[in-house]
Design a protein around this ligand. Sequence first.
Ligand code: FES
Length: 217
Amino acid sequence: MSSHTHVHGAYEEPESPEVISRRQWMANATIAISGIIGLTLAIPIVGSLVPDVGSGGATWTPLDENGWKQLQSATDKAVQIDINLKSKDAYLPAQSAPQSVWGIKVKDPQKFMRDRKDLFAADNKDMLPYPVVTMGFVLFSPICPHLGCYYQYKSDTNSFFCPCHGSTYDEYGARTGGPTARGLDPLPLREQTGVAQVEWIRYAPTVPNRLVISYTS
Ligand code: FES
């Protein structure tokens, strides 16, 4: 009897503002998600909109040992590190493709955060769902965020330059010129039993935000 009364009472209880606002939020989120789904249908291979480190098709790839050593002893210059990217496909045997990533030592984390406002929220929290700076290093995808060419490093000016359409980036990968809409894309880095590993992510070109299109190539 008392439990019946209780349930009945709960039914009649007006919804708290919290419940209402959560409901409103869900409604807004649904609208936003519908928009995102529409957008991603236009992208051929969609892993996930937000990278989920270590899952969702993503795999960790060991860094070339020499490159990693070079990076650890680096001070000012960017270091190109070879990796052997394994791709998994349900219908084909595992394949590996040579790739490389660019590594930099972050000597001045405060400057890095000021320089790369596209990667940090106002409270200095990472905007991407993984730490951008790990063990004092940042790894950049070698792919220009404009239209996907491989950019180059200019040692004399300690900056990056893309030969395709002239996008330029400073030592910390911030956009300094050209048609690119964003700075260089950092990749997740971790250390596992003495081996440094990177997670390969290919982000959509052209757009200012980072949308994942592939974890494999
Ligand atoms: S692809 Fe690099 S500037 Fe266009």
